[in-house]
Design a protein around this ligand. Structure first.
Ligand SMILES: NC(=O)c1ccc[n+]([C@@H]2O[C@H](COP(=O)([O-])OP(=O)(O)OC[C@H]3O[C@@H](n4cnc5c(N)ncnc54)[C@H](OP(=O)(O)O)[C@@H]3O)[C@@H](O)[C@H]2O)c1
Length: 259
């Protein structure tokens, strides 16, 4: 099958591309230097010429210089892409995030829990979900939690960087939504086989960030010093009976509580 993938060079895009090419699927990356993300006619012409079987929309405005640039990438591009996929009848997945839920909302979030984040990245992704659905009711939207694996934009890289600045303070009162990148990649592709709807990918069945960070340190044999705090408190877990993924315990073991 031929997939057009946006954001293909990013953290999730790299994992998805490896997964798809490993199955002998063809990946055509949306090259933003050549194909506009703002001019509708150019987008539709690209999709018409490339004739993908499926489109996977991962890109988001990492490091945008302004809110206007971020809005154009995260919201307006989705709006136009949705219309192009609807017009050309191409099945597509729009990738979203658990951060559509505001920090004061507590999970486990179901796919019918109304998200409330209004600002910043999560607010733009929430608006993008609404636009995608309004423009194309056949969209599949897949929300992800914090990714774990290789690349810049994922939990292990954050911990690695944080460890260079002294002990890592990790909340023992926060249950983050998260999953390993290869698990996520397989789930995103599996979503195409499911009916158009909203799906959520989360491997955390009940571990706190402190526990996950310690388990990851042990798994990677990283010498991180990790201290528990309770500064951030939220049950951010997402549940979805339709797009189930393996729990963290399939890869990680909980280390004993330090005595
Ligand atoms: N990583 C996570 O932990 C995580 C968690 C929850 C949800 N997600 C979602 O997963 C998707 C992929 O995230 P990621 O972690 O792979 O992000 P990433 O590593 O930052 O990659 C994002 C990609 O988007 C493209 N991009 C960057 N700036 C852009 C701009 N201004 N306008 C348009 N495109 C731009 C780039 O790809 P090209 O240069 O190839 O176009 C970039 O590599 C996003 O929709 C994000 O919301 C990620």
């Amino acid at each position: 099958m031929r997939y057009v993938v946006t954001g293909a060079s990013g953290t999730v895009g790299t994992a998805v591309t490896a997964y798809l090419t490993g199955r002998s699927d063809e990946v055509v990356a949306w090259n933003r230097a050549r194909v506009s993300t703002r001019r509708y006619a150019e987008m539709e012409a690209f999709l018409r010429t490339t004739a993908p079987d499926r489109v996977l929309h991962l890109a988001f405005a990492a490091n945008a210089g302004s809110e206007a640039e971020a809005w154009a990438a995260d919201v307006e591009w989705v709006h136009e892409l949705a219309w192009a996929c609807r017009t050309l009848r191409i099945p597509w997945v729009h990738v979203s995030t658990v951060l559509v839920f505001a920090p004061w909302q507590n999970g486990p979030f179901r796919s019918d829990t109304i998200p409330a984040e209004a600002d910043g990245y999560g607010g733009r992704k929430r608006e993008a979900e609404a636009r995608a659905r309004a423009q194309d009711p056949n969209v599949r939207i897949v929300r992800l939690g914090w990714q774990i694996g290789q690349g810049c934009n994922q939990m292990a890289a954050w911990l690695e960087e944080r460890a260079t600045r002294g002990p890592i303070r990790a909340s023992d009162a926060w249950l983050p939504a998260c999953s390993f990148l290869d698990v996520t990649a397989a789930a995103l592709v599996r979503a195409f086989e499911l009916p158009p709807a909203l799906y959520q990918v989360d491997s955390n069945t009940g571990w706190t960030f402190y526990q996950i960070a310690r388990a990851l340190a042990e798994h990677r044999k990283a010498g991180w010093t990790i201290e528990a705090d309770a500064e951030f408190q939220q049950d951010q877990r997402m549940v979805d009976p339709w797009l189930e993924v393996p729990p963290l315990s399939e890869r990680l073991s909980l280390p004993p509580v330090p005595g």
